[in-house]
Write a protein of this length. Sequence first.
Length: 116
Amino acid sequence: MKLNILFVFLLSIGLYAQDNTPEKQLKKKGSNLEYVEYHSNGQIAQKGTIKANKLDGIWVSYSKAGKKLSQGHYTNGKKTGKWFFWNENGLIEADFNNNKLITAVSWDNRQTLAKN
């Protein structure tokens, strides 16, 4: 039942690949669970920690090619602090407090800041 609730939540935040059913793993890590989901090609789709049946700690999602798509922190099942979302145009940096979006800034790839 608890895994089903987590599965529904992950679907709702858009990190689940809709074109296939990836493999999922839960491993005990101390008093927490480590969750890892894989794309059909074996690449990690997303990973993170579950504490007291809630998402907790850093969660990261990846494309089928292994490129990082998002990274952020959960505290007691709620988004907190800075979250980063990468796409073909650049990066979106979002700040969350208690699952509420406070600010979001879009950074594009058009400008080179430093180069060797």
